[in-house]
Design a protein around this ligand. Structure first.
Ligand SMILES: Nc1ncnc2c1ncn2[C@@H]1O[C@H](COP(=O)(O)OP(=O)(O)OP(=O)(O)O)[C@@H](O)[C@H]1O
Ligand SMILES: [Mg+2]
Length: 296
């Protein structure tokens, strides 16, 4: 099974915010992923990684631009053609999205319903469960599995359609680091064996480094990293303080005022409260990485 190239030309996707404004999730993105490549999409939360994956996989429709996957221009497909295309793509999600009431085997076979006989589906499903090391648990329910095992089943299900392209959205996001590493090994193994074109959206440096190219997504724009050893693309999604430690002066009078406003009368003796507050302020500031001195 040969991988296919993925190409986006000037693709834009905006969502209505409901108040007349729109939010541009993907902003004039052009990129080309060679057949058989393994690409990481990295960037802060809300930067547009999932939206890009959804557009590539036909789960969402671009507002403008062209998306070509293999020999199909998916931006030209009508809804029925798009549904066909979608069923040829392998998707893996952070939350696994297995059907709780179905056995592992039936979960894996579910994308094939209506396409083959039951026996054929089961044979193919068992092959895939075998390839992810879970053939012995075919009759188990998802609830009886660990997170890593569930993700293996989800990967087997993604592959049962014999996709040329596998799109994974934070596939290790719900797993501990050891289990995540095992899932990455499985991806690498499948990639080598099947020649799939893979695109993985991730916040995780370890995941990105297993890929052969890294695309940074920022505010809906995508750019290929020139220097692949540069890890600055992994922007933290929560703000952090610079490592330098600025000095902050706290005035005894300010503390006294703040404290008397913030506390019910009589709870703290006036002569001791500034000191208590100073200590608290210093502890708090210390945990923020600030150095506090007391102004005299
Ligand atoms: N269906 C939608 N309706 C409205 N806004 C959306 C929709 N899907 C995504 N967005 C917005 O588009 C932007 C990009 O979202 P997206 O899910 O692609 O980000 P992300 O990079 O995958 O983030 P995360 O790392 O948190 O998964 C965000 O601001 C998000 O709120
Ligand atoms: Mg996302």
């Amino acid at each position: 099974m040969a991988g296919v190239a993925v190409e986006l030309r000037d693709v834009t996707k905006a969502y209505p915010l409901g108040d007349g404004r729109t939010l541009t999730a993907v902003d004039h993105v052009s990129l080309r992923l060679p057949a058989g490549s393994r690409t990481a999409l990295v960037g802060a939360s809300g930067s547009g990684k999932s939206t890009l994956l959804h557009l590539m996989g036909g789960l969402d429709v671009a507002d403008s631009g062209t998306i070509i996957v293999g020999d199909r221009e998916i931006t030209k497909l009508k809804p029925s053609g798009l549904a066909d295309y979608r069923s040829s793509v392998g998707f893996v999600f952070q939350q696994f999205h297995l059907i709780p009431a179905l056995s592992l085997l039936d979960n894996v076979c579910s994308p094939l319903i209506g396409k083959y006989t039951v026996a054929e589906r089961r044979e193919r499903g068992m092959e895939l469960l075998e390839s992810v090391g879970l053939a012995g648990r075919a009759k188990a329910l998802p609830s009886q599995l660990s997170g890593g095992q569930r993700q293996r089943v989800a990967i087997a299900r993604a592959l049962v359609v014999q996709p040329d392209i596998l799109l994974a959205d934070e596939p290790t996001g719900n797993l501990d680091s050891h289990t995540g590493a095992e899932i990455l090994e499985l991806f690498a193994d499948l990639h080598n064996k099947l020649g799939l074109t893979m695109v993985i959206a991730t916040h995780d440096l370890g995941v990105a480094e297993t890929c052969d190219r890294i695309i940074r997504v920022s505010d809906g724009r995508a750019s290929m990293l020139e220097n692949q050893s540069d890890t600055s693309y992994l922007e933290p999604s929560i703000p952090y303080l610079e490592p330098s430690k600025p000095e902050v002066a706290i005035d005894q009078d300010d503390i006294q005022t703040y404290f008397s406003v913030g506390q019910p009368a009589g709870m703290v003796r006036p002569d001791t409260s500034p000191n208590i507050v100073s200590v608290m302020a210093m502890m708090l500031a210390g945990s923020w990485g600030l150095t506090v001195t007391q102004r005299t």
